[in-house]
Design a protein around this ligand. Structure first.
Ligand SMILES: CC(C)(COP(=O)(O)OP(=O)(O)OC[C@H]1O[C@@H](n2cnc3c(N)ncnc32)[C@H](O)[C@@H]1OP(=O)(O)O)[C@@H](O)C(=O)NCCC(=O)NCCS
Length: 188
């Protein structure tokens, strides 16, 4: 059975293995480590502090960030599988246009087993419990897996917005090729 859990040191070994997998594909920041100032080594050395920092992202007064971001881990058989984030307020123009309410990623060794569809389904339930009525979920036009996940979970396509150098930067990416961000709405 899969659940969405509050990040915890209970999942230390599988989280650190998963983080190393994200690092190997050049996406350590899927775990939020890079934006919170951690490396793969300091994650292992200071995991309890990392988890506190991760939780503080939900509270803008603690994090000083522009928006609240609640991060949850997908757990299956007591192992960390990936993370989802819920941004209840689309309070920046980036979020409103490109980022949307929900993000998710599955650690590389656990992909193509249905976890992506499950993490979005569970995150939609969590969003409903937080009082959201309708969410914007977005993905890159060339991200076939994510498109399928959103459409499987009832996403209604609204529009495609072209990514520019500023929006690539907001995602910590280099503008390599032309990409549109596909915007879908899901009623909860
Ligand atoms: C995108 C991502 C979440 C998919 O996770 P996943 O666990 O592999 O997804 P699922 O197993 O639920 O697959 C959903 C569908 O997409 C397909 N799929 C998944 N990855 C695919 C890929 N790379 N290419 C083509 N199809 C893919 C699956 O075969 C499945 O298709 P089906 O409905 O026809 O059976 C994962 O690859 C990931 O974390 N990528 C990096 C971060 C990211 O892109 N996050 C999404 C940001 S919007």
């Amino acid at each position: 059975m899969q659940t969405l859990a509050i990040p915890s040191t209970q999942y230390r070994e599988s989280f650190l293995t998963g983080a190393a997998e994200f690092l190997a594909e050049g996406r350590l920041d899927s775990t939020y480590a890079v934006c919170l100032g951690y490396t793969i080594d300091s994650l292992a050395e200071r995991l309890p502090q990392f988890i506190e920092d991760l939780k503080s992202l939900a509270d803008v007064e603690r994090s000083g960030a522009q928006y609240s971001d609640r991060v949850l881990w997908l757990i299956a058989e007591d192992q960390y599988i990936g993370q989802a984030s819920i941004r209840p307020d689309l309070s920046t123009s980036y979020l409103l246009t490109y980022g949307g309410h929900i993000g998710y990623s599955i650690r590389p060794s656990q992909r193509r087993q249905g976890h992506g569809k499950t993490i979005l389904a569970l995150t939609l339930s969590a969003s409903r419990q937080m009082g959201l009525k309708r969410v914007l979920v977005t993905c890159d036009s060339d991200n076939i897996g994510s498109r399928k996940i959103i459409e499987h979970n009832g996403g209604r396509f609204e529009s495609a917005m072209s990514m520019n150098s500023r929006t690539f930067r907001a995602e910590g990416r280099k503008p390599t090729r032309r990409i549109d961000k596909l915007r879908y709405w899901i009623d909860l």
